[in-house]
Design a protein around this ligand. Structure first.
Ligand code: HEM
Length: 407
């Protein structure tokens, strides 16, 4: 008989479902010791950890449960995600302007067009079709030539799906890509090395450099061009490109099918949303709560601390579990229920505190646009089979979502 602690870390568990019952039982015990780390499962505790980087560092051991190799740690520590204030604040400020509601507002019409054309191309696999929306948006925001956008898809598959046979060697068709892309791809390894290591994705770094060079010589009105004008080291630049390729893509291409699953399993609420679009904002927030796309992030204790009565020693790994906090019965009434009118509290799917998701407005705008396009269809979509889930305890991933509709 497997223990709850074993269940929630085993990537195989997630090919069937997120173990919400196991998370609920563990949550009753507040902060729980699991296989070399502390699992923080309650909403209030997750917030406490995330708003106190002085005690719970993103930098010490980076932000994944799995420790990087010592050489790689020094490298990934140059990434904004893996920094603490004040270093973190410097990079965050450089980028923040491009992601404000105002900046994203200027992109809204373009995103609406992307969403509509994506849904116009809807085939039998919803997950596969909608995976293009975050790619199109990222390409637009970063000034990546649109014909190269599948590169971002492969890179994030490799990082997030390194424990999944289908994703670990993701390789899209390169027809139509730029010379810059084809040249970078000559360096792509196929030996299963760790994609988070500095030598893990030489093709990504080669592409980042070539694109950076292009933007330096011919700047546009995009994030990459803007970065090239800033005082930024090459390691910081490479790490940012890596971060955006993964964070801006994988999260949404799972969050969107997750939201679709929620609607299809609740046809009455799906119909209500089709009839009343003023519910779209709360519906999207509820989708993000109910199908939490990123399930956890890690911190490291910088000194001996106490959290909800549990003593945590300096140097211990502390993992905040968003998929548990978002179902905390002390905060959400009937937390397992999906309710598009729910307004009780903010979900924690975008994190909290200084690392609160930089792309949250962009993500929300894409989800609203996409689900508006879905609701504009003359019919409801229906499941045409079971979804295929990603083998990962980190991303709540949907690889395939068969759908059908009245012909
Ligand atoms: C539904 C979609 C998304 C979800 C669920 C999500 C989730 C998260 C979470 C939980 C964090 C906090 C990490 C931590 O505390 O250690 C984060 C950070 C981040 N996200 Fe997102 N994200 C999404 C979409 C995006 C998009 C579209 C972009 C960019 C285009 C993006 C860029 C980032 C960046 C750059 C950070 C690091 C911020 C920092 O370190 O200050 N994310 N995201």
């Amino acid at each position: 008989m497997r223990t709850d602690a074993e269940l929630i870390v085993d990537p195989d568990t997630y090919t069937a479902e997120v173990p919400y019952s196991a998370l609920a039982r563990l949550r009753n015990r507040n902060v729980v010791r699991i296989d070399g780390f502390w699992a923080v499962l309650r909403y209030a505790d997750v917030k406490t950890v995330l708003r106190n980087p002085a005690f719970f560092s993103s930098h010490r051991g980076a932000t994944q449960i799995r420790d990087p190799q010592p050489d790689d740690l020094a490298y990934v520590q140059r990434m904004m995600l893996n920094q603490d204030p004040p270093e973190h604040t410097r990079l965050r400020k450089m980028l923040a302007q491009a992601f404000t509601p105002r900046a994203v507002g200027l992109l809204e019409e373009q995103i609406r067009i992307f969403a509509r054309t994506t849904i116009d191309r809807l085939g039998g696999d919803f997950a596969e079709t909608v995976a293009d929306l975050p790619l199109l948006t990222l390409a637009e925001v970063f000034g990546v030539p649109h014909q190269d956008r599948k590169l971002l898809y492969d890179w994030s598959n490799r990082v997030i799906g390194f424990q999944d046979d289908e994703y670990a060697f993701s390789r899209s068709d390169t027809a139509g890509m730029t010379d810059m892309a084809r040249k970078a791809l000559e360096l792509r390894p196929d030996d299963g090395r760790d994609p988070r290591a500095r030598n893990g994705m030489p093709d990504l770094y080669a592409y980042a450099h070539a694109l950076g060079e292009l933007k330096r010589n011919d700047p546009g009105d995009d994030v990459m061009s803007n970065l090239m004008r800033q005082d930024i080291t090459i390691e910081e630049f490479e790490n940012l490109f890596w971060l955006f390729s993964v964070a801006g893509n994988e999260t949404l291409r799972n969050g969107i099918p997750g939201g679709m699953i929620a609607l299809m399993r609740h046809p009455d609420q799906y119909e209500r949303l089709r009839q009343d679009r003023s519910l779209m904002d709360t519906a999207v927030e509820e989708m993000l709560r109910w199908w939490t796309p990123v399930m956890h992030f890690r911190r490291t204790a910088t000194e001996d601390v106490e959290l909800s009565g549990t003593k945590i020693a300096k140097g211990d790994k502390v993992v905040v579990w968003f998929s548990s906090a978002n179902r905390d019965e002390q905060v959400f009434t009937n937390p397992d229920e999906f309710d598009i009118t729910r307004k009780e509290a903010d979900h924690l799917s975008f994190g909290y505190g200084p690392h609160f998701c930089l792309g949250a407005h962009l993500a929300r705008t894409q989800m609203r646009a996409l689900f508006n396009a879905v609701c504009d269809l003359p019919h409801q979509l229906r499941p045409a089979g079971e979804p295929t889930r990603l083998r990962s305890n980190f991303q709540n991933g949907v690889k395939h979502l068969p759908v059908t509709w009245p012909q």
